[in-house]
Design a protein around this ligand. Structure first.
Ligand SMILES: [Zn+2]
Length: 387
């Protein structure tokens, strides 16, 4: 038995207008100070004003939000008692909004208890809206919540089917101002979600179409969005791609590139999308030898190779590297600026954390501890995987 969960998704230019019709008394917008400065919070507030909804803003979300921050946000929610919580921003504010909303509904919970096994009984006090301002994490369409345990330098993957937003507003206008590097990093994250969602051993018939289409859109429109940030069509298609990939991977699972990327990001602060995109080709090559089928299938659909088998899977890895190169992103950990000595000193922790990451549950070819260590080393050097 499988589930496919999704918010109601309003998408395309003008999607923000849907907020004008919202019914409620009070909203808490969860965001960061940069987005307030860019005027994006005011843009949303103007729509909520038209709906007659009183707005409060919690703008203290940092990149990779911590447990402390979401507890603080939940405290604000307890005080103002909103009936809507709105996550506005990239993955960090949207994930923080989900956690703040859950803890507002269930103050008795510890964040680690936000998992698929515990019945949360949400939506007694408020409902949740997500409005992405980047095109990549897909958090607007997923129930996943990534928080960082700052003491242990470790990311925690949380979430339950109940923590899916009620409404996602996917308006490309909110992503038009993204600078090129953010466009690249987040766009690649969407690609990795799509490829991993399609190839994880938990892939399903319903998620497959979302993942394939998202990958197709990223290969076609990310270079265009990078070449000209004011290309509205490219921005819109990338914004849709991110939501599609979110629906896809959230209803299957991400895989080894995410496990490795989470580990690297927590220690060396390489941005999430950049980190997972570095690792994706190595993990594809690793799986290609023993479990190439799904990768070859996707490579065929995307037009990377019609060869089938291991060769097609390797061509898919190559296409991902080519895309990274084309948009100026690194294809190895060394190119991402991580010093060799520091990397080697942290290698045991990286391997441990990746090995224990929840995304490791559904890999097409499960690595041994030693193989995972080798993968980290190959990815540092930029050496294609041959074992
Ligand atoms: Zn991701």
């Amino acid at each position: 038995m499988w589930y496919f969960v999704s918010p109601e998704i309003v998408f395309g230019e003008g999607a923000l207008d849907a907020l004008d019709e919202l019914e409620g008394r009070r909203a808490l917008i969860v965001t960061d100070a940069t987005l307030v400065g860019l005027g994006l919070v005011d843009k949303v507030k103007a729509h909520l004003d038209r709906a007659g909804i009183e707005v409060h803003v919690f703008d203290a979300v940092e990149p990779n939000p911590s447990v402390q921050t979401v507890r603080q946000g939940a405290q604000v929610a307890q005080e103002i008692e909103p009936d809507w919580v709105i996550g506005l921003g990239g993955g960090s504010p949207m994930d923080a909004a989900k956690a703040i909303w859950v803890l507002y509904e269930r103050p008795d919970l510890h964040p680690a208890e936000i998992n698929p096994i515990v019945s949360l009984g949400l939506r007694q006090k408020a409902r949740l809206i997500a409005i992405p301002t980047t095109s990549g994490t897909g958090s607007e369409a997923t129930f996943g919540i990534v928080l960082t345990d700052t003491e242990e330098q470790r990311k925690m993957g949380l979430g339950s089917r109940e923590s899916i937003p009620d409404i996602a507003i996917v308006d490309p206008v909110m992503a038009m101002g993204m600078p090129p590097q953010l466009t690249a990093d987040t766009g690649l994250d969407a690609l990795v979600h799509a490829v991993e969602g399609y190839t994880s051993s938990w892939h399903t018939d319903l998620a497959d179409g979302m993942c394939f289409n998202a990958a197709r859109l990223v290969f076609e429109y990310l270079p265009r969005a990078m070449a000209d940030g004011s290309d509205l069509e490219a921005r819109e298609r990338m914004h849709n791609a991110a939501a599609c990939a979110g629906l896809g991977f959230s209803n299957s699972l991400t895989s080894m590139a995410h496990s490795m990327g989470h580990a690297l990001g927590a220690v060396f602060h390489v941005p999430h999308g950049r980190a997972v995109a570095i690792f994706l080709p190595y993990t594809i090559e690793f799986c290609a030898r023993e479990a190439p089928e799904r990768f070859a299938d996707l490579a065929g659909l995307l037009g990377c190779s019609q060869a089938g088998g291991e060769e097609a899977a390797r061509m898919l890895a190559r296409s991902v590297r080519d895309l990274c190169c084309e948009i100026g992103n690194p294809t190895s950990v060394a190119e991402a600026g991580v010093e060799r000595e520091a990397y080697e000193a942290q290698l045991d922790k990286l391997v441990d954390d990746a090995f224990n990451d929840t995304s490791m549950m559904a890999v097409a070819r499960a690595p041994s501890y030693e193989e995972l260590r080798q993968l980290f080393l190959y990815a540092y050097e930029g050496q294609p995987v041959d074992f």
